[in-house]
Design a protein around this ligand. Structure first.
Ligand code: SF4
Ligand code: SF4
Length: 624
């Protein structure tokens, strides 16, 4: 149990913080007033920390409907002189990339930091996107911390740099920095800086004038020339040790390098570690000075050979002939996370010291892999069962009706026993891709399934497209009234946000009706018969049909109401046919010693399995 408030701890104390909590602390230390974002692992805990510990602080910390909207809110606040932060995971920057590129031309007034968290691995993300390329594309400065301490400090530096340059600054992290807990020394806090004033200046802020844009592009390139000098003042970029075998690294990879060097202590200790904190613009002067006496260079970084290409280009340009090792010549993999063991093996090739072939401690932690299941009592399980039954009831074979999925917990329906969705791509894509599939000439019904928060995020425009083009489609909105997968954040349907702000709830039903959908129904997925009938009925109707399957997330329901009903399996009646397990796949049902049983710790009493036991062996017991 924590006995301190990470946001209100006094200056100069040492506290243990997760990287994301440290960034939230950096919000307070940098006087940031507006914090907005869209939930996405591994970035979500920044705003969640502000919600949990920020009571009484004058900071606007709220989730926005999607990353683009969040970005533009932060940008608008910054134009008025407020300091702002927008948070998102890597693919979120794809959504926000349009305003990001224009923001580089208009610039900002109050400091604006764009926190983008990538996910090498990937552990929770659809791609191993390397968002460092966005800095190069957008020409926005980017800094990269390697620890919770740096995550906090770089949040402060980003805001200072942003105000000095009048440009948004990207603070780029990866999962291991966001979620690592480490010691952080707190700094002093600043009063949040809100609106300061605004003067109209069309050539600067209006992107409709082509000659203005040319001038702003020149301005942008000039600003970038100032960045390296500024970050030097803030103490970024450093050479850690001397020697002529050189390792260029950044972010979490720096930690692996230092761990390996301290563990194996290579003979002669002739290794220089060049830590690059500024990822864009590439710090030319720092790198050229640091690399000038290197005999060999190894670039250690995760994902793409981003730094490696820059180092090679720089050395080439200066006609410095040095061997550079990294990803392009196979010394490190292009995919997945790095680890201390992987870095140790790579360094041993360069430095010639022995490395253990495997980490014994890690080996003992190996566990068998298994597909992640939906939670016990999850309403999405019922919805997909009803969809599959509805397909059969309408007279189709399962394999005749493609089901497009979307981003959210319900994508787990791809796993056995449901094996429901065929395609899952990116936020909101279920409806648009189903439209494309249908207009390509597919002559049977097509189903798109999308969660409520994903619908708010990116589902509305595809629905308008479907209505406008008169596409025959069944859209099932899986409405559990929360952004569940990323930690139960609010949606626009809430009446009060996590910060306690009273807001006007927005109802998906009203939205759907307003765009001209004629066949619309709201069903309770726990009423399986009703939902199955509606699916079957809507599959036969032309035009856009929308079914809203509305029931709260099981975890939230249990937190609010507790478990009201309990079930058990009567072993004398159970024939071990496993029908209950095969139909529901509920993880609260388990098979042990040839017996099927209900885990009392996990069962939330939804009653779904009872329905599918042909022998009536699952019965309700009195709740304790
Ligand atoms: S469906 Fe009923 S009989 Fe079959 S394994 Fe489950 S509890 Fe036992
Ligand atoms: S009642 Fe059955 S299906 Fe529902 S949570 Fe409990 S074990 Fe799972």
């Amino acid at each position: 149990m924590r006995n301190y408030n990470p946001l209100k701890a006094p200056e100069g104390v040492r506290i243990a913080l997760m990287g994301n909590e440290a960034i939230a602390r950096g919000v307070v230390e940098s006087g940031t007033y507006v914090v907005t974002g869209y939930p996405g692992t591994p970035s979500s805990e920044i705003i969640m920390t502000l919600h949990e510990y920020g009571s009484g602080l004058d900071i606007y910390a709220e989730w926005a409907v999607n990353e683009r909207v969040a970005f533009e809110i932060a940008l608008g606040a910054s134009l008025g002189g407020a300091r702002s932060l927008v948070t998102m995971k890597g693919p979120g920057l794809n959504v926000a990339s349009d305003p990001a590129l224009s923001a580089a031309y208009s610039g900002v007034n109050g400091g604006m930091t764009i926190l983008v968290a990538d996910d090498p691995g990937p552990m929770t993300t659809q791609t191993e996107q390397d968002s460092r390329w966005y800095a190069k594309l957008s020409k926005l400065p980017m800094v990269s911390p390697s620890s919770p301490q740096e995550a906090k400090d770089f949040m402060v530096v980003s805001q200072r740099l942003s105000e000095a340059l009048q440009l948004p600054v990207i603070l780029r992290t990866t999962t291991r920095v966001n979620h690592t807990v480490g010691e952080v020394i707190t700094g002093g806090t600043e009063l949040p800086r809100g609106f300061q004033g605004f003067r109209a200046d069309p050539p600067r802020y209006v992107r409709a004038g082509m000659s203005w844009n040319l001038e702003r592009h020149k301005w942008l390139n000039n600003q970038l020339r100032l960045v390296e000098g500024l970050v030097k003042q803030y103490g970024l970029n450093r050479v850690v040790e001397g020697g002529n075998k050189c390792i260029v690294t950044e972010g979490v990879s720096y930690n692996y390098v230092m761990e390996v060097l301290s563990r194996y202590r290579p003979t002669g200790n002739n290794v220089k570690v060049i830590k690059v904190d500024l990822l864009w613009p590439i710090p030319r002067e720092f790198l050229l000075n640091s690399l000038s006496d290197c005999e060999e260079v190894l670039v250690v970084e995760e994902l793409d050979p981003y730094l490696e290409e820059s180092v090679k280009a720089l050395l080439n340009e200066q006609k410095i002939r040095v061997n550079v090792y990294g990803k392009s010549n196979g010394f490190l993999p292009l995919e997945g996370e790095l680890s201390a063991l992987l870095v140790a093996k790579t360094l041993s090739k360069l430095l010639g010291f022995g490395v253990l072939s495997a980490e014994p401690r890690l080996k003992s932690l190996e566990v068998p892999s298994r597909p992640p299941p939906m939670c016990p009592g999850c309403p999405h399980r019922n919805s997909y069962i009803a969809i599959l039954f509805g397909i059969a009831k309408a007279g189709y074979r399962r394999e005749d009706i493609p089901i497009f999925g979307d981003i959210g917990c319900y994508a787990l329906s791809v796993n056995p026993p449901l094996n429901a969705i065929w395609v899952e791509h990116s936020m909101g894509a279920s409806i648009s891709m189903a439209i494309g599939f249908k207009i390509s000439g597919y002559n049977r019904p097509v189903i798109a399934t999308i969660g409520d928060s994903t619908f708010f995020h990116a589902g509305l425009q595809p629905l308008i497209e479907a209505v406008n083009k008169r596409v025959d489609l069944l859209v099932v909105v899986l409405d559990n009234s929360v952004v569940a997968m990323t930690g139960h954040q609010s949606t626009p349907a809430w009446e009060t946000t996590e910060s306690g702000r009273n807001v006007k709830p927005v109802d998906i039903v009203e939205i759907v009706r307003s765009v001209g959908v004629e066949n619309l129904a709201v069903v309770d997925p726990f009423n399986l018969d009703e939902m199955t009938t509606k699916v079957s009925e809507f599959l036969k109707k032309p035009g856009v049909n929308v079914l809203i399957a509305r029931a709260p997330c099981a975890i939230l329901k249990v937190r609010r109401e507790g478990v009201k009903r309990r079930y058990k399996v009567l072993s004398d009646k159970c024939t071990k046919c496993l029908a209950c397990v095969r139909v529901t796949g509920c993880p609260a049902l388990y098979v042990s010693d040839e017996k099927v049983a209900v885990s009392t710790e996990d069962c939330v009493g939804c009653g779904l399995c009872v329905r599918y036991c042909p022998y009536k062996a699952i019965v309700e017991v009195e709740a304790t």
